[in-house]
Design a binder for this molecule. Structure first.
Ligand code: ADP
Length: 188
């Protein structure tokens, strides 16, 4: 299903960032949010960590719970998207099938694969989670002791070990423009 343009002219879309912990989803998302707000875009951010303490509180990290987490984020994203909002989702969302299910349901959807080798993510260890995964304190940690299924055909690929944050952000913006969700900036 596709969302109709609303009176403001803004067409909604869900931009779904998937990738390992520490790959750079939140970092790119934060920088993108600033740029899009500067352009007067109406947007909402659904960040995995925040979602898990609210919308999906109580869910764990089994495949079933991870899929349910993604399904609920997808449900809210769909509601917002069809009301003309640009929704930026950051979630590891390791399973391809459920990401594709959400994509099909929302229709206006863009997948951004944020990647870096697991060794790089582990070296960054932004939240100290990799150390805990290695020591066994955290079980079922994606990339270490749990699977991650990379997207086969993402709209955007951000290799954060090879490109700057700004390059990644610009790629997403260019794709939003190309797909007609963001008017291109006209040079003055
Ligand atoms: P995630 O949300 O995927 O778990 P974060 O955004 O929290 O990851 O952490 C990514 C870390 O990698 C941050 O400390 C960020 O500064 C760093 N980093 C280094 N280079 C890049 C890059 N090109 N793009 C995004 N993040 C990068």
């Amino acid at each position: 299903m596709s969302s109709a343009p609303i009176s403001s002219g803004q067409k909604g879309v869900t931009v779904w960032f998937t990738g390992l912990s520490g790959a750079g989803k939140t970092t790119i998302n934060d920088a993108l949010t600033i740029k899009l707000r500067d352009r007067g875009v109406r947007l909402e951010v659904l960040d995995g960590d925040i979602v898990r303490t609210n919308l999906t509180k109580g869910l764990g990290f089994s495949k079933e719970d991870r899929d349910e987490n993604v399904r609920r984020i997808g449900f809210v994203s769909h509601l917002l998207t069809r009301n003309g909002v640009i929704v930026l989702v950051s979630a590891i969302s390791p399973y391809r099938n459920i990401r594709d299910e959400v994509r099909d349901r929302i229709g206006d959807f863009m997948e951004v694969y944020v990647s870096a080798p697991v060794e790089v993510c582990e070296q960054r260890d932004v939240k100290g989670l990799y150390a805990k995964a290695r020591s066994g304190e955290i079980k079922q940690f994606t990339g270490i002791s749990d699977p991650y299924e990379a997207p086969l055909n993402p709209e955007v690929n951000c290799e954060t070990h090879n490109e700057t944050i700004e390059e990644s952000v610009n790629k997403v913006i260019a794709k939003l423009e190309e797909m007609g969700y963001l008017p291109a900036l006209v040079a003055a």
